[in-house]
Ligand binder design. Structure first.
Ligand SMILES: Cc1cc2nc3c(=O)[nH]c(=O)nc-3n(C[C@H](O)[C@H](O)[C@H](O)COP(=O)(O)OP(=O)(O)OC[C@H]3O[C@@H](n4cnc5c(N)ncnc54)[C@H](O)[C@@H]3O)c2cc1C
Length: 416
């Protein structure tokens, strides 16, 4: 009989793990509740961007090899990180939404303020090599769009490129009626609009006068809501120009595209995705989990499995609960080892040029990603922890969030 695996949490880690488990032939159930960080964060995969001194890492995989425990990458092992990246690239390629990049090099990805940040894998709408070829960069803003200021982006890009490139900006008017439609507009609204005939033609006509030889249009992530490259492909041909989206502004369209793609792939592979399934408790005997329970609309439901993968995220996703002087994981009641004095959780200044202690708090695990206590005793023999809930890394400082998520997801699925 097929092995039964239950995965708790439908963020990038849970979704990717469920795809790998299903590919391995396991009977896979994904219990999903709420939305993951992908909906606000970018759909780009940071593997490792900055070392402990804040220096740019050129070869993420080579740097990962040097990391020591408790960093999750040190537990997963560099070979498995590399295999996870390959599995992610293969999955996106097979789903016709291929990602660019490899584990041995960081790309410099444009941000929403016109600076650059290191990231490893990007969708084709963020092809960073296009900056080298461009003679002229035109930053595209949109009327009413929140959180994207073309003049600021333009100014910062001009500072970076100096005399080597000409940088300008344009603001596109939107064909929206006043009234209900005339409100704060997000990148997601524009992405949907550009997928309509009217929205697309209006956009194209307004861009046309700004096309020069070797023009690169830099724009917020608006090139369609769906995970495909139809819009960028047709625009590039019709305007004989290149297009690059900046990494993210919330809600994150690139993240939503990746989420859609992973849900679609998981479903295609036969994963049973149960929505609105908030797991509230577990039945554990002798360190072995027999079943977990969801609670919805006054009804409790049990999910039994041979193996469980916990992908409920950190404090942001609700996977860890933080109280004064205490942090814990609520489904298996795992205590997180934190200083009792709350003042020791952080440095007085947020951006101190080193990892923040609170950001590294999470569940300690062994090399198979099973939870252990502070004496290194195994707590659960058939539960593996993946993604943001893991201890030992500050994803924000080192730029490794989605990288740790896919690497731990892959490793856990292989361990199962
Ligand atoms: C603003 C922001 C920007 C970021 N930008 C980047 C970036 O550019 N590049 C990058 O690589 N990383 C980035 N990250 C980090 C990255 O998004 C996270 O590290 C990664 O998404 C974590 O994925 P996860 O699946 O572990 O957790 P999450 O995405 O938090 O998913 C956890 C899921 O579990 C669900 N859940 C929680 N409790 C339960 C329960 N009891 N039952 C069922 N489900 C439950 C949650 O609702 C959620 O859907 C960013 C993060 C943030 C917050």
């Amino acid at each position: 009989m097929d092995k039964k695996v239950v995965i708790i949490g439908g963020g990038i880690a849970g979704l990717f793990a469920s795809c790998i488990c299903a590919t391995k032939g396991y009977e896979t159930t994904l219990l999903s509740y709420g939305t993951g960080a992908l909906t606000v964060a970018g759909g780009i995969i940071d593997l490792y961007g900055y070392d402990a001194n804040g220096n740019l890492v050129l070869d993420p995989l080579a740097h990962i090899k040097t990391l020591k425990e408790p960093h999750p990458y040190a537990k997963i092992g560099v070979k498995n990180v590399e295999l996870a990246v390959k599995a992610f690239l293969a999955l996106t390629h097979n789903a016709n939404y291929e990602y660019l990049g490899d584990a041995h090099s960081n790309q410099l990805v444009p941000t929403a303020i016109g600076t650059f940040k290191p990231s490893c894998l990007t969708p084709k709408t963020i092809d960073t090599s296009l900056f080298n070829q461009a003679k002229h960069i035109c930053v595209v803003g949109f009327e009413l769009l929140k959180d994207f200021f073309p003049n600021l982006v333009c100014e910062n890009l001009q500072k970076i490129f100096g005399d080597t490139k000409e940088v300008s900006s344009v603001t596109i008017g939107l064909p929206l009626k006043s009234g209900v439609e005339y409100r704060d507009v997000s990148a997601l609204d524009i992405a949907r609009l550009l997928e309509t005939n009217l929205g697309y033609l209006n956009f194209k006509e307004q861009l046309k006068p700004h096309v020069k030889e070797d023009t690169l249009f830099v724009l917020p992530p608006v090139l369609g809501e769906e995970p495909n490259y139809d819009l960028i492909d047709v625009l590039s041909i019709e305007l004989s120009s290149n297009f690059v989206e900046v990494s993210a502004i919330p809600p994150s369209v690139t993240g939503l595209r990746l989420e859609n793609l992973l849900i679609h792939e998981a479903t295609r592979l036969g994963v049973d995705i149960v929505e609105k399934a908030k797991v509230v408790e577990s039945d554990v005997q002798r360190r072995h989990c027999n079943e977990v329970y969801t609670y919805y609309a006054g009804r409790k439901k049990a999910y039994r499995a041979d193996e469980f993968i916990l992908a409920t995220g950190g404090v942001f996703g609700g996977g860890l609960i933080s109280k004064l002087g205490r942090m814990y994981e609520p489904i298996f009641n795992i205590e997180i080892n934190v200083p009792q004095n709350q003042q020791d959780w952080s440095y007085p200044y947020l951006f101190t040029g080193k990892p923040q202690p609170f950001a590294t708090y999470g569940i300690e695990v062994d090399k198979s990603l099973r939870p252990i206590d502070y004496r290194k005793n195994l707590l659960l023999d058939n539960v593996r922890i993946i993604g943001r809930g893991l201890a030992g890394y500050d994803f924000c400082f080192e730029k490794s969030g989605n990288g740790v998520a896919i690497a731990s997801a892959f490793h856990a699925a292989m361990q199962v």
